[in-house]
Design a protein around this ligand. Structure first.
Ligand SMILES: Cc1cc2nc3c(=O)[nH]c(=O)nc-3n(C[C@H](O)[C@H](O)[C@H](O)COP(=O)(O)OP(=O)(O)OC[C@H]3O[C@@H](n4cnc5c(N)ncnc54)[C@H](O)[C@@H]3O)c2cc1C
Length: 458
């Protein structure tokens, strides 16, 4: 590729304690936790509203925050607080009230007990209120383009917006970009995809439909309870007749809080990389083509959808997987299988490995059994060599298989809360984030209603 030399003198917009990049579930929790712990915190988000996949991606429901057997809520803290606040204004249902095999979880049982359905507009306003009440400074419509690095330490970032290029200085940067943009551009190590061929999980453009006959869907689902996935026989019949070409066995239809409105998680675009803008463009075009095909299919074939209308498509294609930062520890499938305990545990989770095949119509849902409860250690949030930066959410240090489990939104909240709290503690103590006193971090998380298991464990 031909190159040009590009140098620019840019104004310093702000100097803060903690700069959080990305306002998805990880970034929201990180920024709120950091500000609540007294750090001057700036949250930078490329879209004009908060939420990441919770809003822009139209992704939902929030997968389980409970143990795999559905008996114990593991992810609490800021995640639970946000759900409770949304529920109070009619914008969510607390997971304790949502059983497996219900319309809210597409009639799936395994791993789908206690999901949290919510309305994206409610999330936008509640997240904004929580950030503002915590004292988080916001910079929307702003993309982090280049971290500032000095002597192996990230010291801030250059951001781009309608105001042009500007610099933000920070003592600690928390990379919640989901793509590890900060760490990757600062020269930190990252990995992508499966070990065998580097292929990543497929992308999906979510969309919502209105005008669904909820009762008719429910009756069909109850009459087909014995199918591995409700609706899969409809898909297979259409595929055999040459009427359906989406490379995915099942259809994911998720009822929302609004009567007649369902989220559709079914388009599938394989062989694409969320850090490559040509792939993203191609995926948006193909995703939209599939939405048109699916609307016709739903209306013609799926009970209850005869009069369904397209309500909206997500503002962005959904990326399930891209860069994984290489951290001080890399969480493995074996850790999830055995429920391995870590002295530096900062989050407990129970969602199983959920890998959508990069190259076939399959999913790998029950192939990799995980423990009822497994742990995420602090070291997964600490990049191997770079200082001044922590990561949380989809780009944490985990294998392709382990990320297949911890990539969902409640664990992203839990990791974000841990990273934001650690960032604030690092600033207060004047130490590098990797040198934070882990006991003090765990005590702070517990005091803020995070659940890390029984205190005797650490
Ligand atoms: C198709 C699909 C279906 C899924 N289904 C579910 C589900 O049903 N339930 C569930 O719980 N999870 C689901 N997930 C997983 C979940 O949505 C994500 O893994 C989760 O949102 C990750 O959280 P995050 O905060 O790391 O990233 P994101 O939610 O992606 O948020 C990242 C934020 O950072 C911003 N950003 C990125 N780069 C920059 C930059 N350089 N500068 C400024 N801002 C930036 C983005 O705009 C975004 O707001 C699904 C994911 C996909 C793609």
């Amino acid at each position: 590729v031909p190159t040009i030399d590009f140098n620019a003198e840019v104004p310093i917009r702000a100097s803060v304690d903690v700069l959080v990049v990305g306002a998805g579930p990880a970034g929201l929790a990180a920024a709120i936790a950091s500000a609540r712990h007294g750090a001057r915190t700036l949250l930078v988000e490329r879209y004009g509203y908060l939420g990441g996949n919770l809003t822009a991606g139209l992704v939902g429901p929030c997968m389980t925050s409970y143990s795999l057997d559905g008996t114990q809520q593991l992810i609490r803290g800021i995640f639970d607080e946000m759900i409770v606040r949304m529920e109070a204004e009619g914008g969510a249902i607390h997971p304790s009230k949502v059983p497996a095999n219900s319309a809210y979880c597409s009639y799936i049982t395994y791993g789908h007990d206690k999901v949290a359905p919510f309305e994206p507009e409610s999330l936008k306003s509640v997240a904004l209120a929580m950030c503002r009440q915590a004292g988080v400074e916001l910079l929307l419509h702003t993309q982090m383009v280049q971290p500032l690095v000095a002597d192996g330490r990230v010291t801030g970032a250059v951001v781009a917006s309608k105001s042009g290029l500007e610099a933000i200085e920070a003592t600690v940067v928390v990379d919640c970009s989901a793509d590890g943009d900060v760490v990757a551009r600062a020269g930190g190590a990252t990995r992508t995809g499966r070990d065998s061929d580097g292929l990543m999980q497929p992308m999906t453009l979510f969309f919502r439909v209105a005008g669904v006959d909820d009762e008719a869907v429910e009756s069909y689902a109850r009459a087909h309870d014995d199918e591995y996935r409700v609706f899969s026989s409809i898909v297979e019949t259409a595929r055999a007749a040459g009427e359906y070409d989406i490379p995915r066995r099942g259809i994911g239809l998720y009822k929302t809080l609004k009567p007649g409105v369902w989220r559709i998680n079914t388009t599938r675009i394989q062989n694409v990389d969320g850090t490559n803008v040509d792939d993203l463009t191609r995926a948006e075009i193909e995703g939209r083509r599939q939405v048109t095909e699916l609307m016709a299919f739903l209306r013609a074939k799926v009970p209850g959808f005869a009069h369904a209308e397209l309500l909206d498509t997500a503002a962005t294609i959904g990326v399930r997987e891209s860069r994984r930062v290489v951290g001080e520890y890399t969480l493995t499938l074996d850790d999830l299988r055995t429920g391995r305990e870590f002295d530096d545990v900062v989050a407990l989770c129970g969602y199983p490995v959920d890998i959508h095949s990069p190259d076939s119509p399959d999913g790998r849902f029950e192939e990799d059994p995980t423990a009822n409860v497994y742990q995420i250690p602090f070291r997964c949030l600490v990049p191997e060599r770079l200082d001044g930066v922590l990561v949380a959410g989809r780009c944490v240090s985990a294998s392709h298989e382990a990320l297949g489990a911890i990539r969902v939104m409640p664990p992203a909240f839990a990791m974000g809360q841990a990273a934001g709290t650690a960032a604030a503690l690092a600033v207060a103590a004047g130490v590098a984030p990797r040198a934070v006193d882990v006991r003090a971090l765990q005590d702070a998380l517990r005091a803020d209603d995070a659940y890390l298991g029984e205190p005797a464990r650490v």
